[in-house]
Design a protein around this ligand. Structure first.
Ligand code: ZN
Length: 313
């Protein structure tokens, strides 16, 4: 929805992806070497940055095999990305005129929404290229095509087209169907002590998104849910995710956790969650779970723009 533009980190549709022109190799060749076009260099999933706060460096546009087309900026200039992973870190940084390489998530707080989205996009697309160098059908080497949005098997007898791989995951707020409404949150193994977050999990083969929500909630907590409705989605290129957020209504409230993946799950009233949020981060700062939880705290209204600090009610 247009009203959601830019509210969730790594989203917002800031570039014109010009999908209809990717097949035009001549147009892409001219664009990549035209003044104003830029190339974002990456090294092994990390941005090359300089300064403090760190700013991703850009290279003047040049033609090259490892360059992928991300889109056109608001001025119609080409935005590209290139992967310097074949070099050592110091060599890549020197070539790019950068100080160092850092993960997008480490610097996202200092990036503009557009830069964060573009950096995530470039990271995700280049990660796929590094992991699709060979054809899964015949084992032959593949080649980049369509500005880097396909790879084509180099074996003529096969010729399979490969498309960037995206792994969908559902993330959900589960609420009771009766007043006072409560929400189900869990502590995951590996999360900081006492940190609660929304339930989430990957969609499996042969499942609808709604099926995945119901299965994940039941598997992780033993709670059965009925109604499942869509809330929002978020690009999550770490490395290849798409987070699809839902609101679900519970029809049972007894909790059973496995004690392995999930250490604990419990129901929170709004008052309890607001108190928790006063002393703890509510979700990851760049993640949709923060938005889903804040929306519920704000009386279940629309997603709100992210703001620094904890919610207080
Ligand atoms: Zn093949």
């Amino acid at each position: 929805m247009d009203s959601d533009r830019g509210l969730l980190t790594y989203t917002g549709g800031w570039l014109d992806r010009a999908g209809g022109r990717r097949a035009d190799a001549k147009w892409l060749d001219e664009l990549v070497s035209s003044p104003g076009s830029t190339v974002l260099p990456f090294w092994r999933d990390q941005c090359l940055v300089s300064g403090d706060p760190p700013v991703p460096v850009t290279l003047p546009a040049v033609q090259g095999d490892g360059v992928v087309f991300l889109g056109l900026d608001a001025d119609g200039h080409g935005v590209f990305a290139t992967d310097l992973s074949g070099m050592e870190a110091e060599q890549a940084a020197e070539l790019a005129g950068a100080d160092r390489a850092v993960d997008v998530r480490m610097i996202v707080g200092t990036l503009s929404p557009a830069d964060a989205a573009t950096a995530g996009y470039g990271r995700g697309l280049l990660h796929w290229h590094r992991n699709q160098r060979f054809c899964g059908a015949c084992g032959a080497a593949t080649e980049s095509a369509w500005g880097g949005h396909h790879r084509v098997c180099g074996n003529e007898a096969c010729g399979r087209l490969h498309f960037p791989k995206i792994e969908p995951a559902v993330i959900m707020t589960v609420r009771t169907g009766r007043e006072p409404e409560r929400i189900l949150l869990a502590r995951h193994r590996g999360s900081s002590a006492g940190r609660y977050s929304a339930l989430a999990g990957f969609v499996e083969v042969g499942e609808s998104l709604e099926d995945a929500v119901r299965r994940e909630v039941a598997e992780e907590t033993g709670v059965q849910v009925s109604e499942v409705s869509y809330a929002a989605s978020q690009a999550w290129p770490f490395p290849a995710g798409l987070m699809i957020g839902f609101r679900a209504t519970a029809i049972t409230e007894d909790i059973t956790v496995d004690g392995e993946e999930l250490l604990e799950a419990r129901w929170f009233t709004r008052h309890e969650l607001a108190r928790y949020a006063a002393d703890n981060p509510l979700g990851r700062p760049d993640s949709i779970d923060r938005h889903l939880l804040r929306a519920w705290l704000g009386d279940g209204g629309n997603l709100q723009p992210d703001a620094a600090g904890s919610t207080t009610t």
